[in-house]
Ligand binder design. Structure first.
Ligand code: ADP
Length: 192
């Protein structure tokens, strides 16, 4: 199986690149952000709980997120591989994911980390907020908080994969196709 963790700060382009990776490598895309937003829209119990954290730019608690992610994986037993987008976002989530995949007889193949500087991120998110209607993309203070949460709680997850020799940093500035080609060459190189 090809199991990719697509990593990077908010606004790094994970969603955009995931779509292209799914098409090229025939993977199942699991975006925890998308799943939360779907639940918020449908006013499920999970959505109501998640909304209180997401609207402030904070992380949803690990246990809730891990359970949700595992349930999503279980829905696609036929998958040739997965792209994990927005997960894991903490070391505890990374550990839980390893344990879970191990129980399925598989593992993470690699982490691909999109690197984009903070000014560029804020610019992209404010722009996205103008037409996406995402509440967490409209207010600059909430955006700053999400970037801080990333720096304080999420960036360490990269070390977790670096310790397993699975970390690959990619320049996340450039055209969509340029960045996609960077990701593709690492996947091809690593799969041989
Ligand atoms: P971004 O575009 O900021 O990377 P996402 O769309 O991936 O954001 O997620 C939006 C929000 O959903 C996050 O700010 C966070 O509150 C919540 N969220 C998403 N994934 C996770 C996770 N793995 N753990 C905890 N909270 C999460």
């Amino acid at each position: 199986m090809l199991n990719i963790v697509l990593f990077g700060p908010p606004g790094a382009g994970k969603g955009t690149q995931s779509q292209k990776l799914v098409d090229t490598f025939n993977l199942v895309h699991l975006s925890t952000g998308d799943i939360f937003r779907f639940n918020i829209k449908n006013e499920t119990d999970l959505g109501k709980l998640a909304k209180s954290f997401i609207d402030k730019g904070n992380l949803v608690p690990d246990e809730v997120t891990i359970n949700m992610l595992e349930a999503e994986v279980e829905k696609h037993p036929e998958a040739k591989g997965y792209i994990f987008d927005g997960f894991p976002r903490t070391t505890a989530q990374a550990q839980a994911l390893d344990k879970f995949l191990e129980s399925k007889g598989t593992s993470i193949s690699m982490m691909l980390a999109l690197m984009v500087d903070e000014e560029e991120l804020t610019k992209r998110l404010l722009l996205r907020g103008k037409d996406s209607g995402r509440a967490d993309d409209i207010d600059e203070n909430i955006i700053r908080n999400r970037i801080n949460v990333y720096n304080e709680q999420t960036a360490v997850a990269a070390e977790y994969y670096a310790n397993q020799n699975k970390y690959h940093g990619i320049d996340g500035v450039g055209s969509i196709d340029e960045i996609f080609n960077r990701l593709k060459s690492i996947i091809v190189e690593q799969s041989h």
